[in-house]
Design a protein around this ligand. Structure first.
Ligand code: IPE
Ligand code: IPE
Ligand code: MG
Length: 253
């Protein structure tokens, strides 16, 4: 199946959106926002400029979700492994994420977007950043058009470890440990599993994103570097998703 909206007077955005089956829009989309450093390096800029340029991609993707009717968007902003990067880059990312929240939360609030966070609240995340996260979540907690979950200091394995720790702490007996019990102790048990996970920048891996939750997600990989990603790219990924046959181990229809 090829994605060719053909010539039209409409904007590319609305044409690509109009190709989608509105009855089969993924409820939950996950994004591994990768390629910021390479985007900057290609332009002779410092890697951090790539992270800054990723903000426009994120905001346009949110718009795309609102237009298409996606209800949950989870974006991978900082992994538990990203602490291994040079201290300057880590510092930049901490500060940048804090300033993004300060600058964008009112706008997201007005668009009826609920902002959530997923990840470990450990001592390495500066207090100021944590405070901004809490304020943004509090301010937007009643919004319900789109839940934007920012995975920050997030690792899929850490999330499973934390869920198991909670079970043990609650004195759950071995025979009561089940998939349901583990799911209930994840960071956001109320979130549906992602239907579609998109990874940008031509890398074909998951890098510890939502390991438990993506058991049956459809994966779409694109060469587009994250700072260049726009809602049309989201629609293309949804189009590809709609061509897939989700079997869940059963026989296909
Ligand atoms: C993704 O872009 C953002 C984070 C991991 C924080 P990268 O910084 O990984 O960019 P590349 O992969 O080096 O191009
Ligand atoms: C995944 O990207 C993490 C985020 C996008 C936040 P990485 O750039 O850290 O992943 P690897 O190291 O290429 O697997
Ligand atoms: Mg990367």
């Amino acid at each position: 199946m090829s994605f060719d909206p053909g010539p039209s007077d409409e904007s590319e955005e609305s044409r690509t959106l109009s190709l989608l089956d509105r009855n089969r829009i993924p409820v939950h989309v996950g994004c591994v926002m990768d390629g910021n450093g390479r985007w900057a390096q290609k332009r002779g800029l410092p890697r951090t400029d790539g992270h800054a340029a990723g903000e426009a991609a994120l905001m346009d993707t949110v718009e795309g979700c609102l237009d298409a009717g996606v209800r949950w968007l989870t974006v991978y902003a900082f992994s538990t492994e990203n602490w291994r990067r040079p201290a300057d880059e880590v510092r930049f990312l901490m500060h940048f994420n804090e300033s993004l929240l300060t600058r964008r939360r009112d706008e997201l609030d007005k668009k009826d977007v609920r902002i959530c966070f997923s990840g470990r609240r450990d001592w390495r995340v500066p207090r100021r950043v944590m405070r901004r996260m809490d304020e943004s979540a509090e301010q937007t907690k009643r919004n319900d058009r789109l839940t934007l979950t920012i995975a920050f200091n997030y690792g899929g394995r850490a999330e499973i470890v934390d869920a198991v720790r909670a079970l043990v702490q609650n004195g759950v007996k071995p025979q009561d440990v089940s998939e349901k019990a583990i799911s209930k102790h994840l960071y956001h048990p109320e979130a549906p599993d992602p239907d579609l996970v998109i990874r940008t920048s031509g890398e074909y891996r998951i890098s510890n994103f939502l390991l438990w939750e993506i058991a049956y997600s459809e994966l779409v990989f694109t060469d587009v570097l994250w700072p260049d990603f726009r809602r049309e790219d989201l629609y293309k990924a949804i189009y590809e998703f709609q061509g897939r046959n989700r079997r869940y181990g059963k026989l296909g229809s």
